[in-house]
Design a protein around this ligand. Sequence first.
Ligand SMILES: [Zn+2]
Length: 71
Amino acid sequence: MYVIFRCDCGRALYSKEGADTRKCVCGRTLKVKTRRIFGKAGSFQEAAEIVRKLQEERYGTCHFTNPVKRE
Ligand SMILES: [Zn+2]
């Protein structure tokens, strides 16, 4: 099982459930147990996918113009 949470810098991260700490790319070391858990995933791939979605929610894709709609 993997848990998904967010760093103070806003980045979504995942960690194996039961792990004590997780280091973020921003340099902070987070205590997993003190973080608010956004979700859980059964596999590494699933966790990575949830993190990707959280990142998109946060940073959005609104900078990009929508492709031409197909009729
Ligand atoms: Zn961070």
